[in-house]
Design a binder for this molecule. Sequence first.
Ligand code: ARG
Ligand code: GLU
Length: 709
Amino acid sequence: MRKIFVVLSLIITSFVCNTAKADGGMWLPMLLYMNESDMQAKGMKISAKDIYDVNNASLKDAVMLFGSGCTGEFVSNEGLLFTNHHCGYSYIVKHSTVEHDYLTNGFVAQSKAEELPCPGLTITLLKYMKDVTKEVLEGVDNSLNEIQRKTLIQSNIDNIINKEIKNTHYTAIVKPIYYGNQYIMYVNEVFKDVRLVAAPPSNIGKFGGDTDNWMWPRHTGDFSVFRVYANKDNKPASFSKDNVPYTPKKFMTISLKEKNEGDFTFVFGYPGTTRQFLTSFAVDEVQNYEDPIRIKLRTEVLKVYNQAMNESPAKRLRYASNVASIANGWKKWQGEVKGLKFLNAIEKKKDFEQNYTDIIPQFQKLYSDNHSYKLREIYLGEAVLASQMMKQARQVLSLISTSNSEATDEEVSALATSLLKSLKTYYANDFSSQRIVDSTIFVKTMLIFYNDFAKNNYTFLRERISKNYKGNAEKYFGEVFSKTLLTNPKKIEQILSNYKKKDSKKLLKDASIELLSPIWGEYFSSDVYYLSENNNRIDSLYRIYVAQIMQIEKGKMFYPDANLTLRVAYGNISSFKPRDGVTYKHYTTLEGIVEKENPEIYDYVVENKLKELYNNKDYGQYANSLGEMPVAFIASNHTTGGNSGSPVMDKDGYLIGINFDRNWEGTMSDILYDKDLCRNISLDIRYCLFIIDKFLDAKHLIKELNIVR
Ligand code: ARG
Ligand code: GLU
């Protein structure tokens, strides 16, 4: 193997030079000193230690994991924090009713007493991180098979964590990077008393909605404001009236200074997942199967929901949160497919792979073995379980199997009670209209599933439909929906409210179960194991592959794929050319909001008060030097999902924006970053403060901030 490396290194060096401009990167804060000179050359005035320092307060103490998939930052010494509107979305929705519709109208707590508790929401602060590779791989050698290896590693990790957090109130987690070539431990403090402080109305916080989502130029005031509470010792505690605002070790200084094209910026946050090392086979799978199938199914689902949401405010509230997340993936994948094609990603990967001919054929085999299982899994999630009814049916299945197990009567009846509870939410608030929405979604997605896939892959279904329904699949699915007990609240309630093990016989004969059970059964009795074993094999192969790449390209600086741990990305504010003849400016202004206004379309309604502020140019201290009200800006920071809400900082480490999106042309950056095409989109902090100050009139919040000009 060594020899091959030496022989190949020449070819490879030339390749590395060619791709050196690939740029991007989500760097480990603890190793940031390695990027320091590059960052300073690009304009940064502070040091790596100002960003991450274990012993002294540093910017990392002001950055948090918000919930389980977003980022936030402290902006006052009383635990006040900023994140995105779409990150706070589900909590805003939870506090909204048709009478007090905070989602539509916005919300401001006029005093701390009015701040709204958000049970279930946690804020995670990183205390420190360290490399624990040696300890994790203790005793691991080539004599172990993959399962033994995994088991030993897991037990090492458990020991390391136990030792580390013993007698502390911290939590810890060890995560692999580079597919297990290295391991990093993160020691955290988790806060549980978090309260909603303020949110703009939807037509500011989600202006442009799903139409503008993932797009530049953008005009979304995507922020919301929360506060972390702690006990009297400033330590995490469950919600209590006696808790007090948390005093962070560090909070952001906000800068209203002018920003220009080319200015240095960095983003500090929790990017979720990237897959830069994917082989050509995997990219093919994403580009030509996974993404297109998901897009096709969600297109149908969204049509149904969007129509319903336009019918009444109650329906809008009911579906808003769910639809936002369905639409988000749907749109992103479309951009991703486009971007991968545009960059010729598969070909590029193939060229690269020519230098790894000893290992690449193994990937090819594993991915091709995996293919049909993967498709089944995608269809299961995106089609079979697309309707609420089938999601309930899945729970019925687990009730049936528990009924036929050793479980006690109490356990079984507890499960039945919880199923009934979840069914009641399904039936609540106008089931007759929910029923139409859900049955349309069910029939449409099942038809696509049947025609594109199931017909040739599920014999039972093909035979049932051809024998009993003369091949009319639509008729069959329509009947399933109308016949199942799950769409008959009275009958199912009768069974579940006094459920005994033997009742499972009745459920087994239910139309939804007769459909779901064979599909789900196959998935759970074989696919899941197969997929997980195959994924293990694929991951171990990547472990070797990535180690080889890093060995061969020794001169190159590598960054680990995003894994929902704290990272730093840096770049410059910069315009870009999405296509021939078009250049996109690096910032937008309030002007664009007025341009986009359309009172007919929910997402483009502009409040009178905002128009008034615009007409009077009443921008206070927040206007730029041209007298405009800046709204959003783009920069070349490499970010991904999870970076939402991340602080975007300038050369001095001052907060200048809140990250909330990427440009559509650049969403393939999760797989292949391109510095000419990929941009992160940030809310200009001046627009955020302008809305808080002038629109929401929350001067008491502005007073808490530390603002420099
Ligand atoms: N695209 C952004 C992200 O991935 C924002 C999503 C929320 N906004 C929306 N219109 N659905 O999270
Ligand atoms: N909106 C994304 C999020 O929720 C960030 C956009 C991206 O994927 O980069 O994290």
